[in-house]
Write a protein that binds this ligand. Structure first.
Ligand code: NDP
Length: 336
């Protein structure tokens, strides 16, 4: 079996030197355990946080430890009563080709007939993040304007489509013409703005003539500067991610706190950060029941960006942090 470990902690943008590909011996399958062959590995922005030892909501990956991550796997051997060889499961194996895990830590995959990859994408953690952040914090209403960045990715694409289902106006922010065209023409957002274009702030204002009622925060950075003056009275800001900062904020970043706090006060804004896991108990079942059939029927659209081979995971991951992925980033580790 092979695995990718954290060789060193990055400062700034990670490089391939921060990772190391290794062989490993698999342990025997003990009572209660299953052996898994990894089919797909999900690459997600939060993994940048796990590479750093700064204090966070989760413990960092240790140096020489296997990079963490969620996967879709095939059971190859089982000594757990709930699993049989050949079954497809979701597991937290990390970045590796094969693993032996306790059966209690894995779940059968049920995607309502959609491809198994959706279990770690639109019907998995990123989809649930969009759903729960909108349900609990965003609460879009008919006629309101909802704005989201990283709009072609797994979180942002579902945020906008949920806004549309609620009768709101969805405005996406994405990097480059190709992603913008996809967000508008395929995902059906009402408008889309390119955050890389020179006139970004005024383009965003033009795309939101009635202001912004819900800003689903995925990125931070200069996008927040453009959004803040447009926020309406009683606007809601689910703070989901700040990817612009993950590699370390740039030194030219000015102090946004006075403007932000003043807007929060004068316009009675609600800003609420969240980690999707806090909503699992209360909202996961409803998410699967509501969104599962809509994905299977094609009413909710999603896009995947699949890279072949575990050895290519580091470069794909590094690229995602600067927008090189186009859709939910996955690594096809084995074709089963
Ligand atoms: P994506 O697949 O959308 O990938 C990240 C995208 O972010 C890039 O493709 C790029 O898109 C955009 N981006 C990167 N840097 C910048 C920047 N400086 N300014 C603007 N956009 C940028 O990611 P996900 O959908 O998986 O995740 C989206 C966000 O949600 C992330 O911040 C992530 O950390 C967060 N998240 C939070 C969770 C939680 O529980 N709170 C759970 C899951 C995700 P483009 O080219 O369009 O700019």
């Amino acid at each position: 079996a092979r695995q990718i470990v954290l060789a060193s902690r990055p400062s700034g943008s990670p490089t391939s030197k921060n990772f190391r590909l290794e062989d490993r011996e698999l342990p025997e399958v003990q009572e209660g355990e299953v052996a898994l062959r990894v089919l797909y590995l999900s690459l997600d922005p939060y993994m940048r946080g796990r590479m750093s030892d700064a204090k966070s909501y989760a413990a960092p990956v240790a140096i020489d430890g296997v990079m963490e991550g969620e996967t879709v796997c095939e059971v190859t051997r089982s000594r757990h009563q709930d699993f049989k060889p050949g079954e497809i499961v979701r597991a937290r194996t990390g970045w590796c080709t094969d693993a032996v895990l306790n059966g209690e830590s894995i779940q059968h995959v049920d995607t309502h007939g959609a491809p198994v990859t959706t279990a770690i994408g639109v019907l998995g953690m990123p989809g649930f993040t969009a759903y729960s952040g909108m349900k609990v914090i965003g609460q879009p209403k008919k006629g309101e304007t909802v704005v989201v960045a990283a709009a072609s990715g797994p979180v942002g694409s579902l945020v906008g489509q949920i806004a549309k289902l609620a009768g709101a106006r969805a405005v996406g922010i994405a990097g480059g013409q190709e992603k913008c065209a996809y967000v508008r023409d395929e995902l059906g957002f009402d408008a889309v703005v390119d955050h890389r274009s020179k006139g970004f702030a005024s383009d965003l204002a033009n795309a939101c003539p009635d202001g912004i009622d819900v800003y689903f925060e995925n990125v931070g950075g200069p996008v927040w500067d453009a959004v803040l003056p447009l926020m309406n009275l009683y606007g809601r800001v689910p703070v989901c991610g700040l990817i612009a900062n993950y590699n370390g904020a740039s030194s030219s970043d000015h102090d946004k706190l006075p403007a932000t706090m003043s807007a929060v006060l004068r316009r009675s804004l609600l800003m609420r950060g969240f980690i999707n896991t806090e909503f699992v108990k209360e909202h996961y079942t409803a998410f699967r029941q509501e969104i599962g059939p809509l994905v299977a029927s094609g009413k909710i659209k999603y896009r995947e960006d699949i890279v072949d081979g575990l050895e290519n995971a580091p470069d794909a991951f590094i690229g995602m942090l600067s927008g090189k992925n186009f859709g939910k980033l996955l690594v096809r580790v084995s074709s089963g």
